[in-house]
Design a protein around this ligand. Structure first.
Ligand SMILES: [Zn+2]
Length: 150
């Protein structure tokens, strides 16, 4: 594991945050992907060292986005088609259940990236790259000092 150094970075605009979110890239540097593997997110960005997976409970944001997209764009419309008689209700239930099992897996990466994008678009000043030079960024430096070596 390489030793990460704090590097000064230019300010990140909300437009850049949006593009990085859509590409599943680190919101701070935009140089690294958020995921190590298909379903495993980096705990820290491998390029800039920003902590991506923050604490227990931080996964609730992506879970809500994932659940919302799966339910409101797929499961609910299919069930409504079944209830109004456009398709057989048993078929609608099978399709909805299948979608409810498969869609969250397919949307996992996107929902994480979406959550980080929304979080940092709303709180852009919390992004390390957007902090002023004289800002005492103790939490970021503390994370770099105390992070476990892989
Ligand atoms: Zn980064």
């Amino acid at each position: 594991m390489q030793d990460l150094q704090l590097q000064p970075a230019p300010n990140v605009t909300r437009r850049q945050l949006l593009m990085r979110g859509l590409r599943c890239q680190c919101p701070n540097c935009g140089q690294a992907k958020l995921f190590e593997t298909r379903l495993h997110i980096h705990r820290y960005c491998p390029k800039c060292g920003m902590r991506i997976e923050r604490s227990d409970g931080y996964y609730l944001g992506p879970a809500c986005i994932n659940y919302g997209i799966a339910v409101f764009t797929f499961v609910l419309p299919i069930l409504l088609l079944g209830f109004i008689g456009f398709i057989a209700i048993k078929l609608a239930l099978v399709i909805a259940l299948t979608g409810a099992l498969i869609l969250p897996v397919l949307l996992y990466r996107f929902s994480w990236s979406c959550w980080l994008m929304i979080y940092y678009i709303c709180l852009a000043q919390e992004l390390h790259a957007n902090r002023p030079e004289d800002c005492d960024d103790l939490s970021f430096e503390e994370e770099l000092r105390t992070r476990p070596k892989d």
